[in-house]
Design a protein around this ligand. Structure first.
Ligand code: FAD
Length: 544
């Protein structure tokens, strides 16, 4: 029977059934009536309409008896399998099997359908022309009045292309992941909430190295460096390249440097409602590539450190001279005052009467000496302000003191804020300030005679200020001396050696010059803790 004649044959049969059902004979048995209704002959859907729908459905439909012998197949079935209908009617569905579907799949199929359950799965089928295709098949058992399986209804579609696409997608995914994981640089995709959507091995390694969330640290560092605003990443233009950021891992002395590049990408929106409305601004994320440049940065820093070292040595020399001259000037005032008193007594005819000219000469000589000492006082250096990262600066100071730490057996506990914005400040002056405090801590630890010696540095941003806390577990400063130590020429060390008692006075001057402050923690016990506060916006305006 040709396709056309088969189709016409069914149509005629259903037209007859429709007419018959419209006026069924009075003595017609109920079983027969129900059987016709099973074929779709209910009062709402005419059997013809039912038949045409199945016949023209775009999915391959077949109806079989309980042994899978084909009783009916629609035209989509003919088209998909390549078999004319009359060649399949009466044959088992197994004629479509390419013999490469595993036996367990068929066992599962039959176990389900003979138990009256719907089965769905994928089989490898073969067309009449020998071409294999993947059939996504669903089989539903059709029960008779007694509840026994009367027919099976099979519907299948060719999903070969979808499968190929899925395979290609999975291959691309594996390829992308393998490439990303092999890349030495950190690759991470972060959405506008800061959630990590994709990361590579280098990123995972960084998580354990930093003991923190690297994505958050990168975003914070990029925010302070170039004003990156993650929630507004959709509006952030095309991205950025080679922005150098510094991450400070807590507890270790080695900061890490990364050259970061970022690309804005549209977010994958899987929601059904976005099907017709996939606007760009609906969601963007940031593809961040971070190349570690710590080694090259360290080399540059080493050269810089040598320059700083030379600079600080010179600064130290000038400072020592200033301290010595100031101390001499201070000490000269006492004999000069005595001479002035003796001159008064001589003028008033006291015991020094007659010594007036000698005293006058001594006073003049003394005053000349004071003047010449004043003249030899090295003038204060005017240092231009620059952008300073306090973490970096503290690092430099610590590295300058490395030898002292090693020889005194001092452990450094670095508790810096992982990301700290830069401030406008005079770098040399600030280095000097921190060097004084750290040198004091080293000295105090040496005098304490403790076995375990530690200096802890903490930095953080707090209410518009950078708070730098430098703590040592040395001999400490008595309560009543915690303010006195800032007075000029005050020296409380047991072994003063080169100390003139001007260090903290000058550190305080520097802090005040930066509109900041320096104080000794009044409540700290078991050593000494110094707080230095510097405004986040730096000195602001004119550089003092
Ligand atoms: P078979 O001997 O036919 O069957 C293999 C295993 O299936 C047997 O070992 C047995 O465990 C189980 N089994 C077979 N028949 C029965 C049964 N009557 N009762 C209980 N268990 C049974 N197969 C395809 O490859 N492609 C198709 O597109 C496809 N469409 C189908 C559509 C319908 C509606 C139905 C009911 C079945 C369909 N089948 C299809 C399954 C098909 O009938 C065969 O079972 C299958 O192709 C395996 O054929 P075979 O000759 O290798 O082994």
């Amino acid at each position: 029977m040709s396709k056309q004649s088969a189709s016409n044959g069914y149509a005629e049969a259903f037209d007859t059934i429709s007419r018959f059902l419209a006026e069924p004979p009075k003595d017609m048995p109920n079983e027969l009536l129900n059987a016709f209704n099973l074929l779709g002959g209910n009062r709402f859907l005419s059997p013809r309409l039912f038949f045409e729908t199945v016949e023209q459905a775009p999915v391959a439909i077949s109806i079989t008896d309980p042994t899978a012998r084909i009783l009916y197949a629609n035209s989509a079935f003919e088209k998909l399998t390549g078999y004319p209908r009359d060649e399949v009617i009466g044959k088992n569905e197994s004629m479509l099997s390419s013999k490469s579907t595993p036996a367990e799949v068929y066992q599962d199929l039959w176990q389900s359908i003979v138990a009256g359950k719907v089965w769905g799965g994928t089989l490898v089928n073969i067309r009449q022309d020998g071409q294999e295709y993947l059939a996504k098949l669903s089989i539903s058992p059709v029960l008779n009045e007694e509840g026994r399986i009367a027919y099976f209804l099979g519907m299948h579609d060719d999903v070969t292309e979808i499968h190929a696409l899925e395979r290609r997608l999975s291959f691309q995914k594996t390829l992308t992941e393998t490439t990303l994981n092999a890349a030495p640089m950190v690759v991470v995709v972060i959405d506008s909430d800061g959630t990590v959507l994709l990361e590579n091995h280098a990123y995972k390694t960084l998580i354990s190295d930093l003991g923190d969330d690297p994505a958050r640290l990168f975003v914070e560092a990029l925010h302070s460096q170039i004003g990156l605003d993650l929630p507004r990443v959709c509006h952030s233009g095309d991205g950025f390249t080679n922005v150098e950021v510094r991450l400070d891992a807590t507890g270790t002395l080695a900061p890490r440097w990364f050259a970061c590049s970022g690309v804005r990408i549209n977010n994958l929106d899987e929601a059904a409602r976005s099907y017709f409305n996939n606007r760009k601004e609906d969601g963007c994320c940031l593809l961040l590539l971070a190349n570690e440049i710590t080694e090259s940065r360290n080399r540059i820093n080493e050269a810089r450190l040598n320059m700083i070292r030379a600079n600080m040595a010179e600064q130290q020399m000038v400072q020592t001279m200033r301290e010595a001259i100031n101390a001499s000037l201070f000490k000269l005032q006492a004999p000069l005052n005595i001479i002035r008193a003796a001159m008064n007594m001589s003028a008033n005819g006291g015991s020094c009467a007659g010594m007036g000219p000698v005293l006058q000469q001594a006073l003049e000589t003394g005053e000349e000496a004071v003047e010449s000492l004043h003249g030899s006082l090295p003038g204060p250096r005017i240092e231009p302000a620059a952008l300073v990262n306090v973490n970096e600066l503290l690092h430099e100071v610590l590295r300058l003191s490395t030898d002292s730490f090693l020889s005194a057996g001092i452990v450094i506990d670095w508790q810096a804020s992982p990301v700290l914005g830069s401030i406008n400040a005079r770098p040399n002056a600030l280095r000097g300030l921190f060097k004084y405090i750290i040198d004091n801590a080293i000295h105090s630890l040496k005098e304490s005679g403790r076995d375990y010696r530690e200096i802890r540095l903490e930095t953080r941003e707090e209410q518009g200020e950078l708070l730098i806390s430098i703590m040592d577990n040395g001999r400490g400063i008595a309560q009543n001396e915690r303010l006195k130590v800032f007075e000029p020429f005050y020296c409380g060390w047991s072994r003063p050696r080169e100390h003139a008692g001007m260090g903290l006075t000058m550190a305080q001057e520097v802090a005040i010059g930066h509109r900041g402050s320096i104080e000794i923690d009044q409540h700290f016990i078991g050593g000494c803790r110094v707080f230095v506060r510097l405004p986040v916006h730096g000195m602001g305006g004119e550089v003092p």
